[in-house]
Design a protein around this ligand. Structure first.
Ligand code: NDP
Length: 280
């Protein structure tokens, strides 16, 4: 019998803890403020931005919203980021991705001050993570660690396999599992004997962007399976990179989609905003 890892409940628990912390900070006169920038009106981005603002409101974090037109130039966007970098009242800056094609995302990410980089995408934040120094950690992999730990699953000494090596999920995920003293293997599209490597995992984190690809045949009996993927299946229902119905037959613990990793990403963004007061 598998244990269902409930991302909705765990993210709520984290947000409630943060709410209490923020109330305490307010009582000491410390206010936290997140600036959210969206360029253009991609509907999915608008939903994400709306959810981020709602979470700020729930926790008691102030939010500044910049909804810029699609034709905003790169120079205009960079100038706004510089202005927010210099504003002492702003603790975190989030630029919703993807950006319109005429804007260089890398340049934008590098312009955000590492002290306000609550998405954890700046090369300085990534570097700090890899050498074990304090800094912002990319929200989705940070959320995965919380899901595992708060479900009472030990990482130390475990065989951890990360499927995917993207800059925003796979790579920081492997660094975080290493920081928790897991024995980490990272797989990607050129990995040979993928099934065999995955079947070694006590903890398998899947972030490959392939709907329902990982079924029971990739999973060791009793393993913890974390599904980062998010897709719409042939019936327009949300699904992950893991074939849940098949995987649950062998997994010891598993995240659902929706209601697993998804809700954790915003909770960890909020956590990064609160942490921002400790990052100099
Ligand atoms: P990317 O497409 O950037 O990376 C996918 C990775 O998987 C690559 O490293 C690629 O290898 C590897 N890969 C692809 N196909 C295979 C295969 N058949 N066998 C082995 N490895 C393979 O994806 P992301 O990391 O951005 O996202 C992964 C998934 O997570 C997506 O479904 C995305 O929607 C979801 N996601 C969900 C979030 C959430 O909040 N829940 C947040 C971010 C992402 P290679 O490097 O060799 O090309």
């Amino acid at each position: 019998m598998y244990k269902l890892i409930d991302g909705k409940a765990i993210s709520k628990q984290i947000k409630d803890e943060l709410k209490e912390k923020v109330a305490g900070l307010k009582a000491e006169g410390v206010e936290i403020c997140l600036a959210v920038i969206q360029v253009g009106n991609d509907p999915a981005s608008s939903v994400y931005v709306g959810n981020k603002k709602k979470a700020c409101e729930y926790i008691g974090i102030g939010s500044l919203s910049y909804e810029l037109p699609e034709e905003t130039t790169e120079e205009e966007l960079l100038a706004l980021i510089e202005k927010l970098n210099a504003d002492d009242k702003v603790n975190g800056i989030l630029v919703q991705l993807p950006l319109p094609k005429h804007i260089d995302e890398d340049k934008v990410i590098k312009t955000i001050s590492p002290k306000k980089d609550v998405d954890g995408f700046h090369p300085m934040s990534v570097g700090a993570l890899s050498i074990g120094q304090p800094g912002f950690v990319s929200c989705t992999p940070a959320g995965v660690i919380q899901l595992i730990k708060r479900s009472g699953i030990e990482i130390e000494g475990k065989e951890c396999v990360v499927l995917g090596r993207s800059n925003i999920v796979g790579k920081p995920m492997s660094m975080l599992l290493l920081r928790e003293n897991g024995t980490v293997t990272v797989c990607h599209s050129r990995t040979k004997d993928l099934k065999e490597v995955c079947r070694r995992a006590d903890i398998l984190v899947v972030a490959i962007g392939r709907p329902k690809m990982i079924d029971a045949s990739y999973i060791k009996e009793g393993a913890t399976v974390i599904d980062v993927g998010i897709h719409r299946d042939e019936n327009n229902k949300l699904c992950g990179d893991v074939d849940f119905e098949s995987a649950k037959e062998v997994a010891g613990a598993i995240t659902p989609v929706p209601g697993g990793v998804g809700p954790m990403t915003i909770a960890m963004l909020m956590s990064n905003c609160v942490e921002s007061i400790n990052i100099n």
